[in-house]
Write a protein that binds this ligand. Sequence first.
Ligand code: 8OZ
Length: 354
Amino acid sequence: MSTLPTLFQPFELGPITLGNRLVMAPLTRNRAGAGAVPQPLNAEYYAQRATAGLIITEASQISPQGRGYPGTPGIHSADQVAGWRLVTDAVHKKGGRIFLQLWHVGRISHPSMQEGGQLPVAPSAIKPAGDAMTAEGPAPFVEPRALALEEIPGIIASFRQAAINAKEAGFDGVEVHGANGYLLDQFLRDGSNKRTDAYGGSVENRARLLLEAVEVVSTVFGASRVGVRLSPINPFNDIEDSNPQATFDYVATQLGGRGLAYLHVFQAGTEPFDWRQLRKAFGGTFIVNGGYDRAKAEAAIENGGADLVAFGTAFLANPDLVERLQRNAALNTPNPATFYGGTSVGYTDYPTLG
Ligand code: 8OZ
């Protein structure tokens, strides 16, 4: 009798049994309907990928203020909850497991995407370099408005309500998006956070908003159904930190011991970084993402670099990625022209092995 490679064996993620160790990474696809409401087409897309051990959805704004792109879904209205229910039902019907990613973009937005044309918010009034992606195309980022201390409880309340909504929509859990230069990452890193109150300055203070968000979401779902995504050395969205290892080792230590579902790291970036040290600091289930193929994923799991491995573009282009990897079959080539926005083309029409 041959044993399955570990990658294809089940995994106990807290109270949830995953069919394998392959995770579908969160992927922004900009195909929600009017009102940022998920559609039947989105349910079809996720259901096609239900053989992933765990699906993490595309980032979903927790409030109108948290929006920064056309076509991204939200989790703050009743219609959005109903739309997401189509997705969770379709995935569960096929035996899949699915977490919703909770997102606030902070300064990575534009007045044209804010209610009443307001300025985007951020820890500090520092304009990122580059362009926002608006409905009319790229437009230079604007200088954001620094959140007042009195507004922070409102941000936490939005995370809480979004988690309540995600639970109502039938998700197995949620992932707090602390990565890629969005609001929580803007607070974590000292290049974008120049605050002098309890949410800025020391690493302890810069980590406060993320930890409070994780705490409040945990009160809704139970910590064992809450994951966190971080990207310590990713410069995406013009973000930087003077000492990522110290900043993120502290964050991982604080996240450890809370009984969270997992810590998920996006390993983009070129600065040196000790991922094993981060994993040790956290101490729980560790998901890695960024440039893995089957051999690298197996090696990471076998040599203690990770428990689970997330695949992004490979899942995007291969609904049956698990089967293909298991059989060492060829993979479809992703088409970047249809990544962000559009129709079913490049979304639900990638072929399976059949
Ligand atoms: C690509 C395009 C737009 C958003 C992220 C949510 O990087 C995103 C994103 C990625 O986390």
